[in-house]
Design a protein around this ligand. Structure first.
Ligand code: 0PR
Length: 391
C-alpha cells in the first residue's frame, strides 16, 4: 500500500487496466453462466441502499419488514403464502442452511444422512462436509433423470433429509418432486427442493402455458425451497434465498443473538452482517417487472433455447443431450467421444461454456444476456470446429 492516496482519475485508469481481462455479459461470450447482468434499476437501488445491514434488523426495521414482505410474495409464487424465509449470499448458503435445519430437527439420529440425486449441486457435498452428514447419491438413468428405485433404496432410519432439484445445474431438468415426496410420506424426513436456478423460471413458464411438473409447496410433502435472485431473478450478486413452510422451525432451530444494538432476534444465518441492498433491489425488481415482465423475459430465453436446439440438430457430429425443460442446453458428441477437445477449441474462440465430465456434455445457459445473434455466431463456430475435429 502506497503512503499517499492517488487521484480518482489515476485509480480508475489503473482499474480499467486490471479488469480488462474480465468477460462481460453483453459481449455474448458468456454462454455457461447462471448469472446475468442485473436490471439497471436494480443496480441503482442497490447502490442507494448499499449500507443497509440485516445482520442487525432492529436498526433497519423497514428493510427487515421489506424482506418479510418479499418472502411472502415469493411464497405466493411458490404455492404457499404463509411461509418464512430469508435471503443469503447464494444457493450454496441456502442449501447449507436447509440441511442444517433438517439435521437439527432430528437430534435422535446419531449418524444423520441425506439423500440427493447424483445431479444435485456441489453445495450438498459441501453441506455434508460442514455438517458431518453422510451424503448418499441416487444415480441417474440414461435419460439423465434420477433413478427413483435407487433413490428409495438409499432412504433408511438415519435419513434426516432428502433433496429434489427443480432445474439441475448440468441440464436444467426438474426431478419428479411428487414421486420423490411419496417415498417419505408419513416419515419424519425433511424434503428440500433446490430451485436455485428454476425458482424464478418455472412459475412463469407455467403461466406461459409450458408443461411444468409440480415442484413447489403445492406438493404437500415439500418442506423448504432454495431459489436465487442472482440467477434467473435478475438480481444483484450476492442474493440467494431459502423458503420454509413451517414457521415454528425458526423457534426450534434458529440461533439467538442477544447483544445487538437493535435488540435480539432469531435467525438461521451463517453470516452476521448481511447485505440489505440486494434484497431491496429484488423487491424493486418484482414491483417493476411484475408477473408479465418476468413472463416476457422467460419467454425470450425459451425461444432462444429452442433456436439453439434447432441449430445444433443441423450440425453433424454433435447432438443435444436431452430436450431442455428450462433455458439450459447440454451438447454432447454423436459418437460418444469426449467433449473435452471440443470444449477447449470453443474456449479458444472465446466461447465460455460449462463442461460436465461425468455426463460428457457442454452446458449452455441461455440467460437473458444471451441474444439470438450470439447463439447464431456460436452455432456457426461450433459447426466449423466440429468439422475440423472430425467428430
Ligand atoms: N443449486 C443449483 C441447482 C445451482 O446450479 C447452483 C449454482 C447452486 C445451487 C449454488 O448457487 P451459488 O453459486 O449461488 O452458491 N450453479 C451455478 C453453476 O454451478 C453457479 C455458477 C454461476 C457457476 C455463474 C458459474 C457462473 O459463471 O453453474
Amino acid at each position: 500500500m502506497q503512503e499517499e492516496g492517488l487521484e480518482k482519475r489515476e485509480i480508475l485508469e489503473l482499474l480499467d487496466k486490471k479488469l480488462e481481462k474480465d468477460f462481460s455479459y453483453d459481449s455474448g461470450s458468456i454462454l455457461g453462466s447462471m448469472c446475468t447482468e442485473p436490471l439497471d434499476l436494480a443496480k441503482e437501488i442497490y447502490l442507494k441502499y448499499i449500507s443497509k445491514n440485516l445482520g442487525d434488523p432492529g436498526l433497519f426495521l423497514g428493510t427487515a419488514e421489506l424482506e418479510e414482505e418479499l418472502v411472502l410474495e415469493i411464497g405466493d409464487l411458490f404455492g404457499n403464502n404463509n411461509i418464512i424465509g430469508a435471503f443469503t449470499t447464494g444457493g450454496s448458503e441456502a442449501n447449507l442452511i436447509a440441511m442444517r435445519i433438517a439435521r437439527n430437527l432430528r437430534p435422535d439420529i446419531k449418524k444423520p444422512e441425506i439423500v440427493v440425486p447424483a445431479s444435485a449441486h456441489l453445495s450438498f457435498d459441501k453441506a455434508a462436509d460442514f455438517l458431518n452428514l453422510k451424503l448418499r447419491k441416487a444415480k441417474l438413468l440414461e435419460n439423465y433423470q434420477v433413478d427413483l428405485d435407487h433413490f428409495e433404496s438409499l432412504i433408511n432410519k438415519n435419513t434426516c433429509a432428502i433433496v429434489g432439484v427443480a432445474g439441475t445445474t448440468s441440464l436444467g431438468l426438474v426431478d419428479p418432486i411428487e414421486k420423490i415426496g411419496k417415498l417419505i410420506e408419513g416419515k419424519d424426513i425433511f424434503f428440500h427442493i433446490d430451485a436455485a436456478f428454476g425458482g424464478f423460471v418455472l412459475p412463469f413458464l407455467k403461466r406461459l402455458g409450458y408443461k411444468v411438473p409440480s415442484w413447489d409447496f403445492s406438493v404437500n410433502t415439500v418442506d423448504s425451497i432454495t431459489a436465487d435472485p442472482h440467477k434467473m431473478g435478475l438480481g444483484v450478486i450476492p442474493s440467494g434465498g431459502y423458503f420454509i413452510k413451517d414457521a415454528s422451525i425458526l423457534q426450534r432451530t434458529g440461533f439467538e443473538i442477544p447483544y445487538l444494538a437493535g435488540g435480539s432476534f432469531k435467525h438461521f444465518h451463517i453470516v452476521g452482517t448481511r447485505p440489505g441492498g440486494p434484497i431491496i433491489a429484488f423487491w424493486v425488481i418484482l414491483k417493476y417487472l411484475g408477473i408479465n415482465g418476468f413472463k416476457e423475459i422467460v419467454k425470450k430465453c425459451m425461444e432462444n433455447t429452442e433456436y439453439l436446439v434447432q441449430r445444433i440438430s443441423e450440425i453433424q457430429g454433435v447432438k443435444i443431450a436431452t430436450n431442455p425443460v428450462l433455458n439450459i442446453v447440454g451438447i454432447t458428441t454423436e459418437n460418444g467421444d469426449s467433449v473435452c477437445e471440443l470444449e477447449q477449441a470453443l474456449r479458444k474462440n472465446l466461447w465460455m461454456l460449462g463442461k460436465f465430465n461425468d455426463l460428457n456434455l457442454i452446458r449452455i445457459v441461455v440467460m437473458p444476456h444471451v441474444k439470438r445473434q450470439h447463439l447464431s455466431r456460436f452455432a456457426d463456430d461450433l459447426e466449423k470446429i466440429v468439422k475440423k475435429l472430425k467428430l
